[in-house]
Design a protein around this ligand. Structure first.
Ligand SMILES: Cc1ncc(COP(=O)(O)O)c(C=O)c1O
Length: 367
């Protein structure tokens, strides 16, 4: 990214169609994908239009078969849902039993706690460790309460960090020993290089009481359609499906068709993963020239950036310059901004806007 004169006029710009919001703002606040989806998914979507008067396949059979092949799990291990959000709710409703509780981490994706509350189950929030990582020892101890569900976000939102393999193993072991269930939200797992983050899917293959949640909203670029899936051993899947079957047609036919095409075209996400990594490196390199900028190491498509100013103020100033980001004060980072990665051009614009805001706040002597 070229250096930008501190007080230069920052022109309004036209973000790519993918990232434009109704006001023409650049959306870097919701960790969406700026790469769109694969062409095969768009074609499948169009081909489905003629069937608008027909209900979708309630069993999502065709997508489930494609997922079974992709994940090397039987169809009986797969539940398709209206995004991870719906599957979190199914998990809380179906899997917290008896005297159990729902354990969630503080300062992470709000959907976990919301699902437990909506299920009217006792909700316990576990503090993060001082380095802002998930306290997996505390979560493992919590899983000793039978009938409980521990929710883990891995990779973690908003820090972008991954849980180490030995900590994950400990959690699975705790759930196995005590009749509880570990639900792992892997919304961003496909962005991580395999050596940088460990998925819990192998534990599902072994039959451990683990539910892995994946989504088509992130790397597959289909957030608008709402589709995700849960991978779980048969006993958990039966319980998840008992709730899913109440919402018979929970996933519409367009989402089913596009998601299936997306699963069958893995070449696309391989490319997106590589592009995401390059864009992140480029943005970090450009921003590292500014002493006021720091960001945590992330294996995802977003960065938790820490600046020496109040995050809400910076986010407002960025919005005035046409860039939407996520201030993270409510997640425990009063000076943290979660910035999703767009295209290199979009990150160039976001970086320039950030530099402009930094200059303006420094001039005003704001902290
Ligand atoms: C950690 C995490 N889980 C789940 C979701 C929601 O996923 P979906 O769009 O599949 O409901 C998000 C969305 O930002 C997320 O960050």
């Amino acid at each position: 990214m070229a250096e930008y004169p501190m007080d230069a006029f920052l022109p309004r710009f036209t973000p790519s169609a993918q990232m434009r919001d109704p006001r023409g703002m650049l959306r870097l606040g919701l960790s969406e994908s700026s790469a769109g989806c694969c062409q095969e998914a768009t074609e499948a979507l169009h081909a489905e239009l003629a069937a608008v008067s027909r209900y979708p396949d309630a069993a999502a059979s065709s997508l489930t078969s494609a997922l079974a092949r992709h994940t090397d799990l039987p169809a009986e291990a797969i539940t398709v849902g209206n995004g991870i959000d719906e599957l979190l709710l199914f998990s809380a409703l179906a899997l917290i039993t008896g005297g159990g509780a729902g354990f969630v981490s503080e300062s992470t994706y709000a959907g976990h706690g919301a699902a437990v509350s909506a299920a009217h189950a006792p909700r316990v929030t576990l503090p993060l460790k001082t380095d802002s990582t998930v306290d997996t020892d505390a979560l493992a101890a919590a899983l000793s309460m039978p009938g409980s569900v521990g929710f883990l976000c891995n990779p973690h939102n908003p820090t972008g960090s991954a849980v180490p393999a030995d900590a994950l193993e400990k959690l699975v072991y705790a759930a196995e020993q005590h009749g509880s269930v570990l639900v792992v939200d892997e919304a961003y797992m496909e962005y991580a290089e395999p050596d940088l983050a460990v998925s819990a899917v192998p534990y599902v293959r072994q039959g451990a009481p683990v539910v892995v949640l994946r989504t088509f909203s992130k790397i597959y670029g289909l957030a608008g359609l709402r589709c995700g899936y849960a991978l779980a051993p048969a006993a958990c899947t039966d319980r998840l499906r008992s709730i899913k079957n109440v919402a018979v047609y929970n996933v519409n036919r367009y989402a089913l068709a596009a998601a299936e095409a997306a699963v069958r075209n893995q070449w696309f996400i391989t490319r997106v993963r590589a592009a995401n990594r390059r864009t992140m490196a480029g943005f970090l390199d450009a921003m590292s020239r500014h002493a006021w900028f720091s960001a945590r190491r992330s294996v995802t498509n977003f960065l938790l950036c820490e600046l020496p100013w109040d995050a809400e103020t910076v986010a407002d100033e960025l919005a005035n310059r046409g860039v939407l980001v996520r201030p993270c004060a409510d997640l425990g980072y009063p000076r943290g901004l979660r910035i999703s990665l767009g295209t290199p051009q979009e990150m160039d614009l976001a970086g320039k806007a950030l530099i402009d805001v930094a200059a303006a706040l420094a001039r005003r002597g704001k902290r």
